[in-house]
Design a protein around this ligand. Structure first.
Ligand SMILES: [Ca+2]
Ligand SMILES: [Ca+2]
Length: 310
């Protein structure tokens, strides 16, 4: 037996394959026993051939006795009658058939690990102790599962080097000669924002001082958005569906860094330079929206608006 194959078979979990090559007069059939595909030398062997089907069975190889040659029987499963006719045609007699049995060296790359990491430290490098061998042409699904305490706190993206396949959304397909693929997940902390809403009564129709929240009272609300995290928030938006019991006072919205300093006049539509200078406000179909293009770590922005209690 070939020394390399003997060594491979001695490994704890060798990945074995059987392959068949038949050099027909006008076509070379290359089939792999199983459903995967494999590159042997420069030739690709697949589990199914479009014209000639699959390998149904390969008999055990009988050892040579004395001067007789070893014997083996291969049964093919052609997809239709015409393929059967081609295979059994007299011209096919004498075609050279080569049968190969070997082991895929799963240690030379083409290995995708199954990892478990809790992402509790930045830039943690986790290496799989239970890699899953894959073969040429196989498509591997890449996924990560964050711990429950981190699941909603990170954006996860994955990218691979050493692979021609850049569309990982439908899995990573292992291409020819790609034996050293490294895929890296990058988890970016989602900025945790804090939103508070407060209200005060400006005036009422009855009391000259110390106004009360009675019908006809003028109310002032403040929506304060704070970023206590360490990453900037981008395209921050807070929405407030006003209840039926109050009526928004058109054109009353103001913006600023805090409730007390929200004095920049905002109009009620969602267009124009006032939407990004740096804060924006719109009041459309009963919903007030406050927005900021960016919100730096430690920063806050506030929107105030007035309403009348019905
Ligand atoms: Ca506006
Ligand atoms: Ca504005």
């Amino acid at each position: 037996m070939d020394a390399a194959l003997k060594n491979a078979l001695a490994q704890p979990a060798p990945l074995l394959f059987g392959a068949l090559k038949i050099e027909l007069p006008s076509y070379t059939l290359r089939l792999l026993d199983g459903s995967a595909s494999l590159q042997i030398g420069t030739e690709i062997y697949a589990g199914i051939d479009a014209s000639f089907g699959t390998i149904a069975s390969i008999s055990e190889l009988s050892e040579e006795m004395g001067d007789s040659a070893p014997e083996v029987t291969v049964t093919l499963m052609p997809p239709d009658v015409s393929a059967t006719a081609v295979l059994s045609h007299p011209n096919m007699q004498g075609s050279v058939a080569t049968i190969m049995v070997g082991a895929v060296d799963a240690a030379t790359g083409a290995v995708i690990g199954t990892l478990s990491a809790t992402a509790t430290t930045p830039s943690a490098l986790v290496t799989s102790t239970t890699p899953t061998p894959v073969v040429l042409g196989e498509t591997v699904t890449l996924a990560e599962t964050l711990g429950s305490t981190n699941a909603s706190r990170y954006f996860g993206t994955v990218a691979c080097t050493g692979a021609a396949d850049t569309n990982l959304a439908d899995g990573l397909t292992i291409g020819a000669a790609e034996t050293a693929i490294t895929c890296t997940y990058t988890n970016t902390r989602v900025p945790a924002l804090v939103v508070t809403k407060t209200s005060s009564v400006l005036s009422d129709p009855v009391n000259a001082s110390n106004p009360k929240a009675i019908p006809g009272a003028a109310l002032r609300y403040c929506i304060l958005v704070t970023n206590p995290g360490t990453l900037a928030g981008t395209n921050v938006a807070a929405t407030d569906l006003l209840p039926a019991g109050i009526t928004y006072t058109a054109g009353s919205a103001r913006s600023g860094g805090t409730c007390a300093t929200a004095t920049t006049v905002e109009d009620d539509d969602a267009a124009g330079a006032d939407e990004s200078d740096p804060y924006g406000v719109s009041f459309l179909t009963g919903t007030l929206t406050a927005s900021a293009t960016t919100l730096a770590p430690g920063a806050s922005f506030a929107i105030t608006f007035d309403a009348v209690l019905n």
